[in-house]
Design a protein around this ligand. Structure first.
Ligand code: NDP
Length: 286
């Protein structure tokens, strides 16, 4: 079987161009979508992520602000900054880059973001909307995966979907979205007894673990769609996903590469959520 490699970077470019048009339209009506990214401390990966998000914001034509706070910042200070952005009419999306230093509770911080500006979709209110089938701001990585599956016209209704990983930011919302599309969803995690028993039934297999070679060729059902969310850096500096990519070629019908698969789509969905937030803000006053 010829495996189709899903080009997330190309789809991301296409969607960003559409978002640029929507952002320009909102800007013309006085609602330029605005995103603020807040980073606390010096985590090198967080710096790269925030830089990538700011670059994408500029590309789409958003008003963007980048706030860098020292590692010793108190939770009270951070909460005050968030309260300020909650009130700021130029800002439609607030993103606090995780992880946060140990003296700050990520839970408290994520709850402090106004739900209508929660473009990461992590606030319990938005999680609740998703869980009850009325999604508004969906976490960016699973939203990006769904956009890729839709662009590839992959049918989900009645199919077996298996998600490996149950984090709040990827695995759980991913499973909810697949469920809403009518898939029969199984969630696997570190306590799952025999991972291969589950994965080998999957028509759609999503790996979001953070461990190279978690999914090997013998664990994939012939013709399955394999989505690799994982990002792992090998000792030689190479970036790989959770799936043994080369061995999956010829077995899967579709696969997402790492890099160039889910990653660019995640950032694009952040842009989409910010444009949506600005649009909702414009509608709430019109
Ligand atoms: P977490 O560490 O929060 O979650 C990992 C999940 O994998 C947990 O649910 C854990 O189970 C499960 N797990 C760990 N080991 C195994 C195993 N041996 N078998 C089955 N399940 C296992 O990670 P995230 O969800 O935040 O991220 C997952 C991966 O996706 C990471 O590589 C991350 O870098 C990447 N990522 C990529 C993004 C992108 O844009 N492409 C965006 C976000 C994340 P348990 O709950 O039992 O501990």
């Amino acid at each position: 079987m010829q495996t189709r490699i899903i080009d997330g970077a190309a789809l991301a470019r296409r969607l960003r161009s559409e978002l640029r048009d929507r952002a320009a339209e909102l800007t013309a009506r006085g609602y330029q979508p605005g995103l603020v990214a807040v980073r606390v401390g010096e985590d090198p990966a967080s710096k790269v992520y925030v830089r990538t998000k700011m670059k994408a914001s500029a590309e789409v034509g958003l008003h963007s602000e980048h706030v860098e706070l020292p590692a010793a910042t108190t939770e009270t200070t951070l909460l005050e900054r968030i309260a300020g952005f909650n009130r700021d009419p130029r800002i439609h999306g607030i993103l606090v880059q995780l992880p946060l230093p140990p003296q700050i509770s990520a839970d408290n911080v994520l709850r402090a973001i106004a739900p209508e500006k929660d473009v990461d979709g992590f606030h319990p209110y938005n999680v609740g909307l998703l869980a009850t089938g009325r999604p508004r701001f969906v976490p960016c990585t699973p939203a990006g995966v769904m956009a890729m599956l839709a662009a590839e016209e992959i049918a989900l209704e009645g199919r077996e979907a298996v998600v490996i990983g149950r984090s709040n930011i990827v695995g759980k919302p991913m499973a909810m979205l697949l469920l809403q599309k009518g898939a029969t969803v199984t969630m696997c995690h570190s306590k799952t007894r025999d991972l291969a028993v589950h994965t080998s039934r999957a028509d759609v297999l999503v790996a979001a673990v953070g461990r190279p070679n978690t999914v090997r060729e013998e664990m994939i059902k012939p013709g399955a769609v394999v989505v690799d969310v994982g990002i792992n850096r090998l000792p030689d500096g190479k970036l790989v996903g959770d799936v043994a990519f080369e061995s999956a070629l010829g077995k899967a019908s579709h696969i997402t590469p790492v890099p160039g698969g889910v990653g660019p789509m995640t950032v694009t969905m952040l842009m989409a959520n910010t444009v949506l937030a600005a649009q909702l803000a414009s509608e709430s006053v019109s």
